[in-house]
Design a protein around this ligand. Structure first.
Ligand SMILES: [Zn+2]
Length: 106
């Protein structure tokens, strides 16, 4: 994986989501008034997304530990969703739905 600063392909100061940590990230404005983004490429030169300034700043080792943390947190989330999927699901009764609609109107 290779990270390169490049002019943003998006309009203006539009934020992106960091592919590594998931945080919202804004482009950096350089001295030529260009918006730059840190673009992530794989070994074959295919763009995989953008990295935030924080991820770029922590360097290779920092990115590795951030990825490990994110993987663990996503795996915990997946495990939680699996328990939801295995459980019996009861949605509100029709009577409750009607009550919600009535209280919304008044
Ligand atoms: Zn990041």
């Amino acid at each position: 994986m290779k990270i390169v600063w490049e002019p943003s392909i998006y309009v203006g100061n539009a934020p992106v989501f960091c592919t590594l940590c998931g945080q919202r990230s804004y482009p950096v404005r350089n001295q030529q008034n260009q918006f730059l983004l840190a673009v992530i490429y794989n070994d074959r030169g295919v763009a995989l997304g953008e990295a935030c300034r924080d991820c770029v700043a922590v360097g290779t080792a920092g990115i590795h530990s951030r990825l490990q943390e994110r993987i663990q947190s996503l795996e915990a989330k997946v495990a939680e969703l699996r328990t939801f999927a295995e459980a019996e699901i009861q949605t509100p009764s029709l009577e409750q739905e009607f009550q919600v609609h009535r209280s919304n109107i008044s």
